[in-house]
Design a protein around this ligand. Structure first.
Ligand code: HEM
Length: 127
């Protein structure tokens, strides 16, 4: 399946809803609270841009912020296996909440899981 086709099917509104539902969970997750800012407004705005482009939509993130360099941008934060699992569990819950269905759900979750694995930069005990 073409990425552009996928984006047309899922739609920009759904991506935006997903990001809102996701950060609502992040802001209440004990493993994630310590590394995220209290005010998530700007984080939410950037993540909507990023995921729009990540899932085949217009390159909103790169237009405003340049190359994502995601791993480098995450290096200031200790991302342990526990935090990766927490991030993915917030995402999974958000996907349920906004009702993203198969086959879209698996396609999205697999890609997000690969990226989340790539973001890990710290062993467990250095939380
Ligand atoms: C930013 C944590 C995985 C995309 C951030 C920030 C934190 C964070 C703490 C900074 C928030 C801020 O200061 O505004 C994590 C953790 C992850 C994870 C714990 C677990 C593995 C991912 C994944 C993606 C992603 C899988 C993409 C698919 C982004 C983007 C930003 C960001 C686009 C904004 C970068 C910018 O400042 O321009 N993340 N992240 N993150 N994260 Fe993650």
């Amino acid at each position: 399946q073409q990425r552009e086709t996928f984006f047309e099917e899922i739609g920009k509104e759904k991506i935006d809803e997903l990001v809102e539902a996701f950060y609502k969970r992040v802001s209440n997750h004990p493993d994630l609270i310590p590394i995220f800012p209290d005010d998530l407004t700007e984080t939410i705005r950037k993540q909507k841009q990023f995921l729009t482009q990540f899932f085949g939509g217009p390159p909103l993130y790169v237009e405003e912020h340049g190359h994502p360099m995601l791993r480098a941008r995450h290096l200031p934060f200790k991302i342990t296996p526990t935090r990766r699992d927490a991030w993915l569990s917030c995402m999974s819950g958000a996907m349920n909440e906004v009702d993203i269905q198969e086959p879209h759900r698996s396609f999205m979750f697999e890609r997000l899981t690969m990226t989340a694995n790539h973001m890990m930069n710290s062993p467990e005990d250095e939380k």
